[in-house]
Design a protein around this ligand. Structure first.
Ligand code: MN
Length: 340
């Protein structure tokens, strides 16, 4: 009997492990990348990327998020802990980056490579940026002007357009914290750990060199899957800055009130009301537009107005708590409608 339960324990442990993230292997050996030296590749992959994977697995275990997909963890980054945000991005971004680097890529020009792929990417690049060279310049500029550590991106937006952007730290355009949203199909790591050993402070030299090993046929494959990916619709639905603005003030006032600290709520009830009005008049993401959403937004505004009135009248904590709980419920109703 004892050994049977031990077996079960071992089985369940191996199941839990199966849900964790792991470091992907590189397509080439560390010394094969040419313009990026062997030591940099080794440390970058086996130390930095491995570190993100380890910390991500630790964080999902601690926060009971083991069942969430990597995309889900990133999509709602503003609601997640710093550990989840940094390490889910760290894992995703580097996984994409390694796939793009191919020192044995076809030795014809990048234009020729793109023209021979079964993809509309080249046409889209010419439409959007004029030429591939101009796109590269735009990406280099985004990478060079990204202050501190971060990434430069080529993304497919929810409108299925191409856009160049950059993000700090390990953020990326899938995350709700990103200004430009979309699915990244090309990412350039501009953390110093990506180039410092060979290029030291010369980020520009690293950026010129990277193109010689960047495989555009992989970018074309990424483009083909991105334009068909339902994630684009999800991103469009989730991109609602006014909802995030409201949520921020709500979280900073409701949670203390739950713990019997009414000071933040009493100080900021009018700000919360203002955010509710702003939310009601904001541009609702097209796929979300429904009578239910509009109804809930109207209710939220009224509830926040009534809450603010109570605070002004110096009502009892018990009354105020009842009001903020209603606001909180309506907010979650709206959020639930968003995730449908
Ligand atoms: Mn890196």
């Amino acid at each position: 009997m004892k050994s049977l339960s031990l077996l079960f324990l071992l089985l369940s442990m191996s199941c839990a492990q199966a849900q964790s993230f792991s470091l992907p292997a590189l397509s080439h050996s560390y010394d094969a990348y040419g313009v990026i030296d062997s030591k940099t590749m080794e440390i970058h992959h086996s130390k930095h990327h491995q570190g993100y994977v380890k910390k991500l697995n630790k964080a999902i275990k601690e926060e009971a998020l083991e069942k969430k997909s990597l995309v889900d963890l990133m999509l709602y980054a503003s609601y997640r802990s710093k550990a989840i945000r940094n390490n889910s991005g760290g894992h995703y971004n580097h996984t994409l980056f390694w796939e793009l680097l191919n020192p044995s890529k076809v030795k014809s020009t990048d234009e020729q490579v793109l023209k021979t792929t079964k993809s509309k990417l080249y046409t889209e690049i010419v439409n959007e940026f004029g030429s591939l060279e101009e796109l590269k310049m735009k990406l280099n500029k985004a990478a060079a002007t990204r202050f501190g550590s971060g990434w430069a991106w080529l993304v497919v937006t929810p409108q299925k357009k191409l856009a160049v952007t950059s993000s700090p730290n390990q953020d990326n355009p899938i995350m709700d914290v990103s200004e430009v949203r979309g699915i990244p199909i090309l990412g350039i790591d501009v953390w110093e750990h990506a180039y410092y050993l060979k290029y030291q402070n010369k980020r520009g030299d690293y950026l010129s060199a990277i193109w010689s090993i960047l495989d555009w046929s992989v970018v074309a494959e990424k483009y083909n899957s991105a334009i068909k990916d339902p994630l684009l619709l999800t991103i469009e639905k989730e991109h609602w800055p006014s909802l995030m603005g409201f949520h921020k003030v709500l979280a900073q006032t409701f949670h203390p009130a739950e713990k019997n600290d009414f000071e933040p709520l009493r100080k900021r009830s009018s700000e919360l009301f203002a955010k509710a009005i702003l939310l009601k008049t904001s541009e609702i993401p097209v796929p979300l537009m429904s009578p239910e959403i509009l109804g809930a937004l109207t209710r939220l505004e009224k509830q926040c107005g009534s809450l603010d009135k109570c605070v002004r009248k110096n009502a009892k904590n018990k009354t105020i708590l009842k009001k903020i709980v209603m606001v909180h419920d309506t907010f979650h109703e709206i959020q639930g409608l968003c995730h449908n």
